[in-house]
Design a protein around this ligand. Structure first.
Ligand code: SF4
Ligand code: SF4
Length: 76
């Protein structure tokens, strides 16, 4: 069974470089349409249920805006 994960994005820290969008293998992320208080369009989770907890978004983010949490998955 594939790993599942959840992410938490700090939209106020995000500067909208979108390295994380390119790094995500399952297209969880997309740019938000609302500005943050710094005047950037931060990233948001469009398809959060797709997350496989690979950690790529966490690793590429220069400002540590994303936390990744791996969920326990029961084998069936
Ligand atoms: S890599 Fe970090 S700063 Fe860049 S868009 Fe993603 S969350 Fe924002
Ligand atoms: S942990 Fe991996 S699958 Fe989940 S949002 Fe980040 S890059 Fe995408």
């Amino acid at each position: 069974m594939a790993k599942k994960g959840t992410i938490t994005i700090n939209r106020e820290l995000c500067k909208g470089c979108y390295l994380c969008i390119r790094a995500c293998p399952v297209k969880v992320l997309e740019p938000d349409t609302e500005l943050n208080t710094s005047g950037s369009y931060p990233v948001k989770a469009k398809n959060p249920n797709n997350c496989i907890a690979c950690g790529n978004c966490y690793e590429v983010c220069p400002d540590v805006c994303i936390e990744v949490c791996a969920l326990e998955t029961a084998e069936t």
